[in-house]
Design a protein around this ligand. Structure first.
Ligand SMILES: CC(C)(COP(=O)(O)OP(=O)(O)OC[C@H]1O[C@@H](n2cnc3c(N)ncnc32)[C@H](O)[C@@H]1OP(=O)(O)O)[C@@H](O)C(=O)NCCC(=O)NCCS
Length: 169
């Protein structure tokens, strides 16, 4: 008999990826906070939604928002500022779908790369990003308030907005 984990991963449940809207903000906050991502005020979240330098996406499955991702757009690169999947919806491919959507969005905007910082201890996220083609290109010592180091990961995009290699020069 299949274990629950294999069963969950083997079934492709319907999902929808769409831009984040104001009506999503309470759910987004709940998912991010349950995932130990940095707290942000409701006002800051609303301002971000209206800021043309940011883009937010949500993933709906089973009739509810279960995943969130955000980009901050710098002149050449997009920075993943938030990525989280609700605990009960993890290990079903939603994290990878969100990263793929954020990368495609950055590519469609003509940006040259996608970058992010991730906690050194966050093996799940590091594995997810590596599986999406990101390379570990450096670290920021004591980047987080609790003193933990961040690993910097980068994915270069080619002229067509597709994922290339971080080592591209
Ligand atoms: C990181 C996170 C977004 C992954 O979401 P998810 O929906 O479970 O990820 P997926 O099911 O798409 O998994 C994709 C790959 O990520 C890696 N991965 C995900 N969870 C993992 C875990 N617990 N341990 C090891 N690898 C893991 C695996 O390589 C996996 O591929 P596989 O299923 O073929 O083995 C989720 O664990 C999360 O929300 N964590 C808390 C918030 C966070 O850390 N955000 C990142 C901030 S930079």
């Amino acid at each position: 008999m299949l274990s629950k984990r294999r069963y969950d991963r083997g079934v492709s449940e319907p999902f929808v990826l769409r831009p984040m809207m104001e009506a999503d903000l309470d759910t987004v906050e709940a998912i991010e906070e349950a995932s130990d991502l940095p707290r942000r005020s409701p006002e800051a979240r609303r301002e971000e939604l209206g800021d043309e330098r940011t883009r937010g996406v949500v993933l709906e499955a089973g009739g509810a928002v279960v995943g969130v991702g955000s980009l901050w757009l710098a002149p050449d690169a997009a920075h993943i500022t938030s990525l989280a999947v609700a605990g009960e919806a993890r290990r079903r491919g939603h994290g990878r779908r969100l990263v793929t959507a954020l990368v495609a969005l950055a590519g469609s905007l003509g940006l040259e790369a996608v970058t992010l910082e991730v906690r050194a201890s966050n093996g799940a996220a590091r594995a997810l990003y590596a599986g999406c083609g990101f390379e570990e290109v450096g670290e920021r010592r004591r980047y987080y308030a609790d003193g933990e180091d961040a690993v910097i990961m980068t994915l270069a995009l080619d002229d067509d907005g597709r994922a290339g290699s971080a080592a591209r020069g």
